[in-house]
Ligand binder design. Structure first.
Ligand code: IDP
Length: 160
């Protein structure tokens, strides 16, 4: 039994990806190749009010309406991912927010390969442990982290 703990994050595949099933498949393969584990997954359609709550910090910015309309345009995949250094590593795999930056800096990231615009940029990832806890609660209210750590975490750690 190992005492190292895996970090959890909320990862979202946005509607531009969900609308392209072959890209969903490719991204899920990229996630597995980078040694993330899928702890929970669900495909869902967010209500406008849920999107507004989720992106509250961007209220008033020039892209806010565009972002809310885009997230409202179709289903998403929400995942809880586990890995060592999960938050940083998932954001690294996602790539930079802006599409132009992905071209020059991270062409092999998810956004580099599949991002369409600064808004339609494929993915979301929590930016800190505190945010991850809050976002996981929002999308997976039934998920009990303590129970998962007690019952299932070692299985993932020992699989390495
Ligand atoms: P992140 O998703 O890389 O963490 P945030 O700054 O938290 O980036 O922005 C949330 C989302 O808002 C982005 O993923 C993107 O969809 C959208 N967004 C951010 N900046 C812009 C912009 O300058 N133009 C258009 N959309 C943007």
């Amino acid at each position: 039994m190992s005492c190292s703990r895996l970090q959890l994050t909320l990862a979202i595949l946005k509607p531009d990806v969900t609308a392209r099933p072959h890209i969903v498949k490719e991204i899920k393969s990229m996630i597995l190749r980078k040694k993330f584990y899928f702890v929970e997954s669900k495909k869902m359609k967010l209500a406008q009010s849920e999107i507004e709550t989720f992106y509250k910090e961007h209220e008033g910015k020039f892209f806010h309406n565009r972002l809310v309309n885009f997230m409202n345009s179709g289903s998403i995949w929400a995942h809880i991912l586990a890995r060592e250094d999960c938050i940083k590593e998932w954001r690294k795999l996602m790539g930079p927010t802006k599409v132009l930056k992905t071209v020059f800096e991270e062409p092999n990231s998810i956004r580099g390969k599949f991002g369409l615009t600064d808004t339609r940029n494929c993915t979301h990832g929590s930016d800190s442990e505190e945010t991850a806890k809050r976002e996981i609660k929002l999308f997976f209210p039934e998920f009990d982290e303590e129970k998962w750590r007690a019952n299932d975490e070692d299985y993932f750690i020992n699989k390495k």
